[in-house]
Design a protein around this ligand. Sequence first.
Ligand SMILES: NC(=O)c1ccc[n+]([C@@H]2O[C@H](COP(=O)([O-])OP(=O)(O)OC[C@H]3O[C@@H](n4cnc5c(N)ncnc54)[C@H](OP(=O)(O)O)[C@@H]3O)[C@@H](O)[C@H]2O)c1
Length: 263
Amino acid sequence: MTGPLPGGALTGYALVTGASAGLGASFVRRLAAEGRNLILVARDAERLEALAAQLRERYPIDVEVLPANLGTEDGCDTVAARISAEDKPVDTLVNNAGFGLYQAFGNAALERELQMLDLNVRAVLVLSRAAAAAMAARGRGEIINVSSVAGFLPRGRAATYAASKAWVTAFSEGIAALLKVKGVRVTVICPGFTHTEFHARAKADMSGTPSFLWLDADRVVADGLADARAGKVISVPSKRYRAIVALVKLLPRPLVARLMAGR
Ligand SMILES: NC(=O)c1ccc[n+]([C@@H]2O[C@H](COP(=O)([O-])OP(=O)(O)OC[C@H]3O[C@@H](n4cnc5c(N)ncnc54)[C@H](OP(=O)(O)O)[C@@H]3O)[C@@H](O)[C@H]2O)c1
């Protein structure tokens, strides 16, 4: 599918979660350059305000700042309410906020693992549900969920993170066909290692990761949005990672699990 969606072009607001840093900030800058009005969501209100001020100065767009902790029910409800609003409708939802823990299963505090599921899974479910209802009623819209190549892999050191992303990918693929007939496009973007704040926040030692495995955040976003607009449901940015995912699917699963046990 190319060009505008059935039901009209997407001219309404684009709401991006995790907009204050990394891939989310890249999404926001690109959508702003395309002339889209924006709603920026993350916890750090000061950072969001600073980014919004830069964007307003540079582009003739409206930028709303909506600070929220999406790891909480209140935070999700606040953002879901904005997505459901009929005034200044949201045509694009980018579920991007997420974090990882690079500790062997059982070593990270259970509380942190549960917080990760709240953000990486629960928030994606709550916001996608609100968006699907509002967008289907208007017959137009798009939901872009940021998953990970990790979601294709069984991992020992990041088991809960990988499983949370497997959920995001499977969930997005599942609802894509259902919502397409209602004029709503769903794409799940699965990046590999990307230069952002993600690994520093996870306190991950990435010194052994070869340089060819690192992606640029702006490139990931450009490729992901191009795939979304081409009607792809699953987007794996870069040839390198498409080759890795293809290989993982060919290899016997027990072998993959053994190779990934310590990763
Ligand atoms: N970087 C990679 O290598 C990589 C690879 C594959 C997939 N991904 C995925 O890409 C997405 C974006 O990650 P990134 O790499 O851009 O990481 P990042 O640079 O650490 O940015 C994470 C963003 O999420 C926000 N956030 C964190 N916790 C939040 C919460 N409880 N409520 C609301 N917002 C919250 C952060 O802002 P505040 O701290 O202000 O809330 C920040 O804006 C994630 O879903 C991640 O799993 C990343």
